[in-house]
Design a protein around this ligand. Structure first.
Ligand SMILES: CSC[C@H]1O[C@H](OP(=O)(O)O)[C@H](O)[C@@H]1O
Length: 359
C-alpha cells in the first residue's frame, strides 16, 4: 500500500516571526471542512485552544502545555524586573496551564518538563531571556521527541499485527475509536501510527473508524486523516462496532490513551470501554498505543484517574426542560481487557506497565 503521509500537516509546531516566538496549531474544530491554522504568541490563546479542543489529543496537548509556558516566559522576561518575580509568575502561569484539561496526564507532564527546564536555567544563573530561549528549545525538542516516539510505537505495533496477518493469511481489518492519529500528536500518531506502519507493510486491508460521539473525533478527524494518507477507511457509528465484529470484519482494535495508571488501567475517549468489552466477547485483540509519557505512576489504578466532564451542549445543543445530560469525555478500560500496551520502548502486558515505565 502506498501511503501519502506527506499529505498530513504537522499538528503543532513553533516558529519565529522576527525574534517573536509563535505557536502554530491546526484548529481541529474546522476539520474536515477546512484546514485552518491558529498562530499566536499569547499563552492564554494556547490554553483556550486546549480547552475548546482546537488542539486535542494527549501528546499534542502535552506539547501545547510546554509551548504555553514558553510563550509566557518570553512575555514575563520583558515584564519582570527580577528573576525571582519572573520565576514566581511563571510558576503561576504553569499551574494555570496544567489545569486546562484534567484527564490526559501528558498536559501536566509537558508543563512539568517546562518548569523543570526553567528552574535549571535560572538555577544556573541564566538570564530570564536565556530561560525563555531554553524553553523554546525544549518545545522544539518535545515535538521531535514525540514524532520519534510515535514512529517507534508504530514499528512495535506493526510487529504485533504482522504476526496476526501471517496467522490470518491476509491483510487485517482494524477498528479504532476517537482520533489517536497524527492530529492527536505532533505528527504520525500513536494508534494510527501503528496503522501507518502496518499499512506500509501491506498488513492493513481496511480501518473501521468509530464516529466517536459527541464531539466526532472519528467522523471529523480520523477519517479525514486516513483518507489524506491513503488508507482504506470506513466510517461507522459508535453503535455499529459490535455488528462489524460479529461479521468478522475486525481482526484487531487499536486505540490511544490519555492516562495509563500504574496497574495498567487506561483512560481513553468515552466509548473505548464498550469497544474493549465487545472485543473481549468476540475474541479480538485490543491494543492501547501510547508513549511512556502517558503512563502515570502516581495514579495507582483507573478509579483514581480524573475524568473530564464536558459541557452538556456538546451532547444536546438545545437544552430540554426536565432533561439532564451527562458528558464524561473519557472512560477507563481495566487492564484485564487490554491485550498489550504498545509504547516506543516496545509492547508490554498492561499488568507490567508500571515497572516497564520506571526503567
Ligand atoms: C494519542 S492520544 C489521543 C486521545 O485523546 C483523545 O481525547 P481528546 O480528543 O478529547 O483530546 C482521545 O482520548 C484519544 O484517544
Amino acid at each position: 500500500m502506498t501511503l501519502h503521509l506527506d499529505n498530513l500537516p504537522r499538528t503543532i509546531y513553533v516558529e519565529r516571526e522576527g525574534n517573536k516566538p509563535l505557536v502554530v496549531m491546526i484548529d481541529q474544530r474546522a476539520l474536515p471542512g477546512e484546514l485552518l491554522w491558529l498562530r499566536t504568541d499569547d499563552w492564554r490563546a494556547v490554553v483556550d485552544a486546549v480547552k475548546t479542543l482546537a488542539v486535542r489529543g494527549a501528546p499534542a496537548i502535552g506539547i501545547a502545555g510546554a509551548a504555553a509556558v514558553m510563550l509566557a516566559a518570553f512575555s514575563l522576561a520583558e515584564e519582570c524586573s527580577s528573576a525571582a518575580l519572573f520565576a514566581a509568575r511563571l510558576r503561576k502561569v504553569a499551574a494555570s496551564v496544567a489545569e486546562a484539561r484534567p484527564t490526559a496526564v501528558n498536559l501536566v507532564w509537558g508543563v512539568r518538563r517546562a518548569t523543570q527546564t526553567a528552574a535549571r536555567a535560572l538555577g544556573a544563573g541564566r538570564s530570564t531571556h536565556e530561560c525563555a530561549e531554553a524553553l523554546y528549545g525544549l518545545t522544539e525538542a518535545l515535538i521531535a521527541e514525540d514524532e520519534a516516539a510515535n514512529r517507534a510505537i508504530g514499528a512495535h505495533g506493526a510487529a504485533l499485527l504482522r504476526a496476526r496477518a501471517a496467522a490470518a493469511g491476509r491483510p487485517l481489518g482494524l477498528l479504532t475509536h476517537c482520533n489517536a492519529g497524527s492530529l492527536a500528536t505532533a505528527f504520525y500518531g500513536t494508534a494510527l501510527g501503528v496503522v501507518y506502519a502496518a499499512a506500509e507493510e501491506g498488513l492493513v486491508a481496511r480501518v473501521y473508524a468509530d464516529e466517536t460521539r459527541p464531539v466526532g473525533q472519528g467522523a471529523r478527524l480520523t477519517v479525514w486523516e486516513l483518507a489524506q494518507a491513503g488508507v482504506p477507511t470506513t466510517l461507522i457509528c459508535d453503535n455499529m462496532a459490535a455488528t462489524m465484529m460479529a461479521a468478522g470484519l475486525i481482526d484487531a482494535v487499536v486505540v490511544g490513551a490519555d492516562r495509563i495508571a500504574a496497574n495498567g488501567d487506561a483512560a481513553n475517549k468515552i466509548g473505548t470501554l464498550g469497544v474493549a468489552v465487545l472485543a473481549r466477547h468476540f475474541g479480538i485483540p485490543f491494543y492501547v498505543a501510547a508513549p511512556v509519557s502517558t503512563v502515570d505512576l502516581d495514579t495507582p489504578d483507573g478509579t483514581a484517574i480524573p475524568i473530564e466532564e464536558r459541557d452538556a451542549s456538546e451532547v444536546l445543543p438545545a437544552p430540554l426542560s426536565g432533561v439532564s445530560v451527562r458528558n464524561p469525555a473519557f472512560d477507563v478500560t481495566p487492564a484485564e481487557l487490554i491485550t498489550a500496551v504498545v509504547t516506543e520502548r516496545g509492547a508490554v502486558s498492561p499488568a507490567d506497565i508500571g515497572s516497564f515505565a520506571k526503567e
